[in-house]
Design a protein around this ligand. Structure first.
Ligand SMILES: [Fe+2]
Ligand SMILES: [Fe+2]
Length: 145
């Protein structure tokens, strides 16, 4: 059975937390892994913003505003990590900080997903998932300058 948008988002969350977990472990942290995490986060957030956030805005504007602010806080965390050497002493606190921001956001987004789940009908959820994955594809070429 094909995934809908809610399942696709939850699957991304698991993947994102796993790769951030790897980046917290000294032996597993590498610039390749960081660029995977970075690409996943940027494309995931963009995909959400142009699909489910856009759609749910009229129903729960305040919650969407909070979620967007959390995305921006994650982008700030990524901007900071972009300038830090993985081998340096600043890395560990910065990656813990990013993971904390991401975990906080995923927890609050779960409440948003639950609301969306009861609000969006099946066909809309499947259609939205197609657009979500397409939007992510458009963003996947976005790399470090
Ligand atoms: Fe998300
Ligand atoms: Fe999000």
């Amino acid at each position: 059975m094909d995934q809908d948008i809610i399942e696709a988002i939850r699957q991304d969350h698991e993947e994102i937390l796993k790769v951030l977990g790897d980046l917290e472990v000294h032996e597993r942290a590498s610039s390749e892994t960081y660029s995977v995490a970075r690409g996943l986060l940027y494309s995931h957030m963009y995909g959400e913003e142009v699909t489910i956030y856009e759609r749910m805005r009229s129903e729960m504007n305040e919650r969407i505003e909070d979620a967007l602010a959390e995305h921006n806080s994650i982008r700030i965390g990524l901007d900071r990590l972009d300038r830090i050497e993985i081998t340096g002493t600043e890395w560990a606190p910065a990656i813990h900080d990013l993971k904390r921001r991401v975990q906080f956001h995923i927890d609050s987004e779960e409440r948003l997903l639950k609301a969306a789940e009861s609000f969006l009908d099946r066909s809309e959820r499947f259609e939205m998932k197609e657009r979500f994955r397409r939007a992510q594809g458009e963003q996947s070429g976005y790399t470090l300058a």
